[in-house]
Design a protein around this ligand. Structure first.
Ligand code: NAP
Length: 588
């Protein structure tokens, strides 16, 4: 813009200021523009309306500097702005029916996203509700009718029992978001609350959504980006708009389909740890079994020798020592349970020669339980670490400490006589076994913590697939191996005399059986040609199909080179791989 045009623009601004009354109007020209020109790219008109700042970029609008266009175009912009402003204001206005906990929480959240929210209440003049909404700028308390009138999309935050008392006539043609939840499991053929609302207002588009977000989470800005928010509606247009709204609010929206799916969606908040139930029960059963076994060995069998002093000493260990041992054994078994299904899946795929076949249901479920099992193992490992530190003494685990010194001394028996006694002085130095025991225990715990942390969605999302697989698979196996060595150094020192008690082996030896078996089963899978065959299957090559084709074409060479990873052959194989994608999750 040349200097002569600047006062002209200012004058224009002043005229607009007059026209738009409370509107402040000024021109802002980008730095670096060429003097004398006000090109489309360089011109930006900023209109500050009250507190809100609207920015119009003139790129798309006709602008011709050679005529009196500066005046004309700015005038046109102003007019268009005023017209569009009404439209935009309406689009950015949402309604919420109900000023209860959920109504206020969702209104606040929507207002934070930049919407004007009309909260429709039966008592729009209620001072108490007004005070509560005062802390949520962008919200306004109005009557239910006014909210319905002023917004195209309304959140119905009223318990479903009272739907029939809403101003239903005013809701025609609106998009209604039904957030109601079930308080108990409904009967199989019972209608959902969203369907009931749709029946009450057939001319509205009811969308089931938001019900999985609690008022607490909305109110306290809890980051729930990882949470899936289902959306269901019979109106594709309304569903699309709500999916976009959820995306804008930074939630993970999931399209569940038609409104009938609301029956399922309304039950989601009633679910109680569905993915944790079985892993928790399995781990609890294992722990109880181990505790009972230790009770049998240390308390029941050992007291059979009839020494009352020894018996009382042993029974007291029920409070801590037995718990620590049962926790340690269960922790190692639980970590093993995370890796056995992967090994079974690998052998299954090798036998089947394809990954396009569903694993049996039990294996599929087990594979999907690994994350929960791993986190439970982490919990057990943490408890074992704390309890283990408390009983860290040569009196508890004599095997891993240097031998105690036995001193013979004369003890005063009574005022005149002495008797010779042996006094055991415990050694405070660990032997090699003890030092290895601690070091490998720490290493296993560290690796398990790493596995636990990276299994958190927010952390996992920052990793590449390769990094994630390296940690969950390679470091996971390392955690198991270090755990085995940690326990093994304690278990190896046991001699046959330790089996004399009801012929039961030591706790440390029980702990070793499943992990050792798993490691042994894993070893053949590490042989390069076995691993190659498995990786080929996992890349989608179907061995049986290929064999069939090879036979058909009579190309013996291909048959023998079944899993060759030669580029061309692989490409041919992958293009011929089965289109049946029904296989379960790929094991790690
Ligand atoms: P609430 O605190 O009891 O609020 C319900 C509001 O509904 C009342 O404050 C009232 O607001 C309005 N309402 C309109 N007509 C009514 C009538 N005839 N009788 C009584 N109230 C009437 O309940 P809420 O916790 O906000 O729950 C509202 C809905 O959200 C429920 O369907 C619930 O399942 C769902 N939801 C709640 C949560 C949560 O965390 N609270 C989570 C997910 C879903 P006015 O007085 O302003 O009219």
């Amino acid at each position: 813009m040349n200097m002569r045009e600047l006062p002209h623009a200012r004058a224009l601004g002043a005229r607009f200021k007059e026209k738009l009354q409370n509107t402040l109007f000024y021109m802002n020209v980008f730095q670096g523009m060429r003097i004398g020109y006000l090109s489309l790219e360089e011109c930006r008109i900023v209109l500050s309306m009250k507190k809100k700042e609207m920015v119009l970029i003139t790129d798309e609008l006709p602008f011709d500097k050679r005529s009196r266009s500066l005046d004309i175009n700015l005038a046109e912009h102003g007019k268009m702005f005023l017209e569009n402003q009404g439209q935009e204001e309406k689009q950015r206005t949402l309604g919420v029916l109900g000023s209860g906990d959920y109504g206020r929480a969702i209104a606040g959240r929507l207002a934070q996203a930049g919407y004007t929210v009309l909260v429709g209440s039966r008592n729009p003049n209620n001072q108490a509700i007004r005070t509560l909404l005062d802390s949520k700028p962008g919200t306004r308390l109005v009557s239910q009718e006014a909210a319905a009138e002023g917004a195209g999309i309304l959140v119905v935050a009223v318990p479903s029992d009272h739907y029939s008392r809403l101003p239903l006539h005013a809701l025609k043609g609106k998009i209604l978001i039904d957030v109601a939840n079930n308080t108990k499991m409904p009967k199989p053929d019972e209608m959902s609350q969203a369907e009931i609302l749709q029946q009450l207002v057939p001319l509205a588009d009811v969308v089931k959504s938001f019900n999985v977000l609690s008022a607490y989470a909305l109110e306290n800005n809890v980051n729930q980006a990882a949470k899936q928010v289902p959306v269901a509606s019979d109106s594709p247009r309304a569903k699309k708009m709500i999916l976009e709204l959820l995306k804008e609010l930074n939630y993970t929206a999931v399209d569940y389909g038609s409104l009938e799916k609301a029956r399922e969606i309304e039950c989601i908040p009633l679910r109680f740890l569905p993915s944790w139930k079985i892993p928790f029960i399995v781990v609890a059963i294992l722990w109880c079994l181990h505790f009972l076994l230790l009770l049998l060995k240390f308390q029941l069998c050992e007291t059979l020798d009839g020494n009352p002093n020894k018996a009382s000493r042993l029974w007291r260990h029920l409070g801590l020592l037995n718990i620590n041992r049962a926790t340690a054994i269960t922790a190692l078994w639980t970590l093993t349970l995370c890796y056995i299904p992967g090994v079974i899946a690998a052998y299954t795929q090798l036998v089947w020669g394809t990954k396009y076949r569903r694993f049996p249901n039990w294996l599929d479920k087990w594979l999907r339980m690994r994350k929960q099992l791993g986190l439970l193992m982490l919990g057990l490992g943490a408890i074992h670490t704390i309890l283990g530190t408390a009983v860290w003494s040569s009196k508890y685990d004599p095997l891993i400490w240097d031998k105690p010194t036995v001193i013979k001394t004369m003890v005063k028996f009574n005022s005149s006589s002495f008797t010779e006694k042996e006094v055991v002085v415990q050694n405070s130095l660990m032997n090699l076994q003890g030092e290895l025991f601690i070091t490998f225990g720490c290493a296993s715990m560290f690796l398990t913590c790493l596995l636990g942390i990276t299994s958190l969605p927010s952390v996992g999302a920052t990793l590449t697939w390769r990094e994630f697989m390296f940690i969950q698979s390679k470091l996971g196996w390392m955690a198991l191996l270090t755990g085995v060595v940690h326990d093994g150094v304690l278990g190896w020192g046991f001699s046959p005399q330790h089996y004399t008690l009801c012929s039961l082996p030591s706790g440390a030896q029980y702990a070793l059986h499943p992990p050792l078996l798993t490691v042994i089963l894993k070893l053949p899978l590490l042989i390069p040609w076995v691993d190659n065959a498995l990786q080929t299957i996992r890349r989608g090559h179907d061995r049986k199909k290929r064999r069939g084709r090879v036979k058909e074409h009579g190309k013996k060479q291909f048959y023998q080179d079944d899993f060759s990873l030669d580029g061309k052959k692989s490409a041919a194989a992958s293009s011929s791989s089965s289109t049946n994608h029904s296989s379960g999750s790929e094991p790690h």
